[in-house]
Design a protein around this ligand. Structure first.
Ligand SMILES: CC(C)(COP(=O)(O)OP(=O)(O)OC[C@H]1O[C@@H](n2cnc3c(N)ncnc32)[C@H](O)[C@@H]1OP(=O)(O)O)[C@@H](O)C(=O)NCCC(=O)NCCS
Length: 169
């Protein structure tokens, strides 16, 4: 049975497992380094792991980002990075991580979530490139998506998105 739980703060076993899953899923160190960078910057909102038989097989992280509008800065949550061990993909583990993460953010009063990802995958959770159409970003429109955790949260919102420094954008 898959259990989704919060990453334990300052727990070296969790950190090592998260690093190895990110590296295995993406085939490079960049995303694992991004997780470390976001922790150091103190911008992690939610970091969840999926455990199967006491082994961590998936990880998702949401961090604090902003939308700079003409009338001020609006907080949003960035979904990135997310990874499931290649041997455990396509079993719904990624979906469990996303849904739990979104539920936690909603409960904490977050209103907007932004993701850069596969346009075939994220719309099933409520993300759309249409919702992100008035948000300026350095990314191509199709893969840059937003969702509202509260209906109408993006109504009339125009502006440039600001990512944590760890993203290096
Ligand atoms: C993306 C990822 C986290 C999804 O985790 P998962 O546990 O396999 O996802 P789920 O089982 O919930 O969903 C599976 C669905 O995801 C979609 N999907 C998974 N990987 C995909 C990919 N590389 N490209 C497009 N769609 C993908 C498929 O539509 C699949 O549905 P199907 O089984 O009906 O074909 C996982 O595939 C992964 O770690 N990939 C490598 C790292 C990555 O790309 N991270 C996300 C960056 S946006």
């Amino acid at each position: 049975m898959v259990i989704v739980r919060a990453e334990k703060p300052e727990d070296s076993e969790d950190r090592l497992a998260i690093r190895s899953i990110q590296e295995a899923a993406f085939g490079r160190r960049h995303e694992a380094d991004l997780v470390d960078g976001l922790r150091s910057e103190g911008v992690v909102l939610v970091s969840l792991v999926a455990e199967l038989d006491a082994r961590i097989v998936g990880h998702i992280l949401f961090s604090r980002m902003s939308i700079e509008t003409a009338s001020g800065c609006l907080p949003a949550a960035a979904l990135a990075p997310m990874a499931v061990l290649p041997s455990h993909q396509r079993r719904g583990i990624g979906a469990r991580l996303i849904r739990r993460g979104l539920a936690l953010l909603r409960r904490r009063g977050e209103r907007i979530v932004i993701v850069l990802g596969h346009p075939d995958y994220y719309p099933r959770f409520g993300f759309s490139s249409e919702k992100a159409r008035d948000l300026q970003s350095p990314f191509p429109p199709g893969a840059f998506m937003a969702m509202e955790l509260e209906a109408g949260a993006l109504d009339g919102i125009r502006g440039r998105v600001g990512y944590p420094a760890a993203f290096g954008l």
